[in-house]
Design a protein around this ligand. Sequence first.
Ligand SMILES: [Zn+2]
Ligand SMILES: [Zn+2]
Length: 353
Amino acid sequence: MHTMANEMMQAVRLHGMEDLRVEEAAIPVAEAGEVRLRVAYAGICGTDLHLFDGWELEGAVTLPPMPAIIGHELSGIVDSVGPGVERWKVGDRVTVQPQVYCGDCTFCQRGNPNLCSNKKKITKGGAWAEYMVVHERTLFAVPDGVSLQIAAMTEPMGCALRAVEMAELQPGDNVFIAGGGTIGLLLANLAQARGANKIILSEPQPIRRALAAEVGVTRAVDPMNKDLPAVIADETNGDGADVAFEAVGLAVTSEACIKGIRPGGTAVLMGVPKPGTTLEISPWEIVSQERLIKSSWLLVDNMESCLRMMPRLDLDKIATHTIPLAEANEGIRMCKAGEAVKVLFEIGGENSS
Ligand SMILES: [Zn+2]
Ligand SMILES: [Zn+2]
C-alpha cells in the first residue's frame, strides 16, 4: 500500500504522565536518506514504562515533546524509500537499531558509541504506529528463518548479549540473574547457550518464575523476604556466583548481585534505576574479595549477531503476549503488574505490506 503525506494512520501517543492514547496521526514521509517502514511488530520496553511514569534520567530516559509516538523495539517491511537510498527497497524485511551515534566524539572514537555524548534518536516518532520513518543506517535485514515477530526483539537481545560479553561469561560458570523480565530471561537463555552450569534467577512474579525453566534457569527463587546472597552461596558450595547480572534497577538487587558473586567474580549492572536510587555497600566487601563490578548500557555492533543467533534461542517463549495497538493501555498494565514478559503489538504482522 502506498500512501500520501496527508493520510492518517493508527498510532499510540503519550500525552503526559500516565496518559497514553490510541488515536490518528499523520503518516510520516521518508525524506533524503530515510526509509519508511510498515511496522510489523513493536515491543513494550521497560524504558517505555518509565516514560509512561514520567521518569527523567539524564542520558537515558528523556521525555520527548508531547504528544509523542513512543516505542523503539520493532520489525517491519520497507514501504517507501527517500531520495538517495540505494541499500533498501520496498518489501525488505528489517529491524531497527533505534539510536545512532555521531562517530566523532571521544567515546565514539574509542569504540563506545553507546556512550556517545551527541547521541540522539533519529527516528521521526516511535514504533507504536502503523508506519515509521527511520534513517537508512539504522536498518538491519531480517534473515529468512527469523520471523518478524521474533525480530522485533533484536534490540533488547543486543542489550543482553552486550552484558554477557561484558561479564566474559565462560562455559561452566555459575550465574545469578536478578529479574525475570525480558532482559533477565534473555540473559538466562544466552548464558545457557554459552554453556553456563547453574543459572539462578530471582523474580517475585510466579508467572515469570514458571517461564524461567524453559529458557535455561536451573533455580528460580522468589526474592521476597529472602537473603539472596545466602541462596546463591547455598547453590554454589558456599562460593558465590562466578557472574551476576542485575536486570531490575533496584538497590536491593544491585547489592545482592555484588555480594552474591564469589571472590574475584563479576557483577554486571544493567537495570535502569528509579531517579534517586543509591547503593549501600561497604567498599571493604568489594576490595577484600576483588569483586569486579561492571555495567552494561545499550548495545554495540551486535544486531547482526543477534539476528544470526535467534533461531538457536527460545525467544518465542519470552514473547508472551501479542496484542493490537488499540490495547496499548492494557499492555502497559500487564507489563507493570508483571503478568507478562515481552508484550508485542501486532501491527502489520508477518505480511505487512
Ligand atoms: Zn528497549
Ligand atoms: Zn559520539
